[in-house]
Ligand binder design. Sequence first.
Ligand SMILES: Nc1ncnc2c1ncn2[C@@H]1O[C@H](COP(=O)(O)OP(=O)(O)OP(=O)(O)O)[C@@H](O)[C@H]1O
Ligand SMILES: [Mg+2]
Length: 578
Amino acid sequence: MLFGCLEVMLEVFIPMLMSVIVDGGLYREEDFMLRELFSQTLIDDRNRFVITVGLIMIIVAIVSMTCGLIAARTSAVASQGFAKNLRSSLLEKIQSFSFANTDKFSTSSLITRATTDVNTMRMTMQMVLRILMRSPIMIIMSSVMAFAVAPHLASIFLLCIPVLAVILAVLMKIGQPRFKKMLRKMDGMNKAVQENLVSSRVVKAYVRGDYESEKFRNTAEELRNAQLASSMLFNLTGPIQMLIMWGCSVAILFVGGKEIIFENTGLLTGELVSLVSYTTQAVSSLTMLSWLIMSMSRAQASLVRINEVLDEEVDIVDGTSGEKVMDGSVDFDDVCFSYTKDENNLELCHIDLHIKSGETMGIIGGTGEGKSTLVNLIPRFNDALSGTVKVGGRDVKEYTLENLRDGVSMVLQNGSLFSGTIAENLRWGDPNATMEQMKEACYIACADEFIDSFKDGYETMLEQDGMNLSGGQRQRLRIARAIVKHPKILILDDSTSACDMTTDEHIRRALHNFMPGTTKIIIAQRIASIMTCDRIAVLDEGKLSDVGTHSELMERSAIYRDVYESQMREEDEQNAES
Ligand SMILES: Nc1ncnc2c1ncn2[C@@H]1O[C@H](COP(=O)(O)OP(=O)(O)OP(=O)(O)O)[C@@H](O)[C@H]1O
Ligand SMILES: [Mg+2]
């Protein structure tokens, strides 16, 4: 800002020097007043005079330009840094989101906010640094200079200022909603692109390529229209400014020229020339200022969208106890949960379930009965609406999230892998894991066979989300990643669904033998997968219907028996067929 001010102060001297050159060059005895500034000998030698003043003008211009360059450079550095900090804060905030917070913003909208919106803020910031001080100084100084030269002519351009201000205000008023609309369309387009790319396989499988292309064309068309509508107004300001600026100059030249030629009021040609320069300087500064205000009001929309994310209240607050999870017991005491925080619309209803440390607990229930919802409460992906969830005898809310999640390892129902090597993916569980530990984890998860069959073994590169692996291989790798962590509690949410029965059984046996101290919670649709668990919980419409061993449940639980019998019948039929 400081260099911007210096730049503009020097710039204002240039028209004055110009008028000195012109008036010195056209020197007439009776109307020349520069004798006070320059020596008579210098004025008499006109060539030398013009060259001297010209050199001063060049030096002033160079210094002014240097200041301008420094101002441009520093404001770019500052605004880029600002954008970087803003992006980092956004990402940090998003990382702290609970699952419920994440559900509120769509991924595509978060991407637009972290890219387009941040970029708008960056550009505005840069303009603020460059223009906010510079333009007002320029307007004031050139007005003062213009009035000093010829007050009656300077008042012509003072008249233009309110006209320009009104026009710009109207444009701004119309522009703001259009700009907001444009940002919404941008969200829409990003969403279309993102969904399309993420689900490109599904799109192909359903031969929906044409339909999706058409849908995308429409979104792109809408965005184009919205962008045109909002930029049209923005682009209008340039021509309007030019019109007013040159109109003003013509008026000044006309009135001033007439005075010099016919009226002999003492106005000099050089002064008239400098007056036109001051007019252009003042009017273009005013336009720059209005551009700035317009950009600021556009940025307002982006600012609101960024602040929505930054101000989002994270509903999961870190606990204060520094303690780590001591043992693997899990207790649900009268736990209710609702995604909408509505007591009358509960996804989990008064759950009382107590799992001992080291126990293997199976959870079974139909689709959408609340199995994932229930286990998500253990690592605090969501918080219970009422009741308490305890891990290692302590309320989960007392632990810091880091300590809690270090103790609880969860293989999510639809978790993902990351691009990078297999070993890097496994080390997500524990950054310091040795090769031995990783191999053991892979043995337990039945992942060792296929990893060993790869040429590069553990250094095999995975594509995004492990797309170069089979579904079953991905599942096993995700289980291995959770085991590497050596957690107190291991939760498998439908994690062996893509594995065959033999693998499924191997994993269960290995978990039992290799991780005896770890509490294992296994959610499955197949009864065979959980039959051998120490105990099994049956969930039905968000309620805990029964808990017991396989044989106990076969005796008492009608739901369990039904599921068992229907699955066994299916299996028998399949066996008969084969
Ligand atoms: N993020 C969410 N926001 C709102 N409702 C949700 C959300 N996730 C799940 N639900 C609802 O909560 C209920 C329980 O879902 P949950 O995922 O726990 O079922 P599930 O037993 O794990 O089913 P599945 O066997 O299919 O995995 C369902 O009715 C579902 O519609
Ligand atoms: Mg589930």
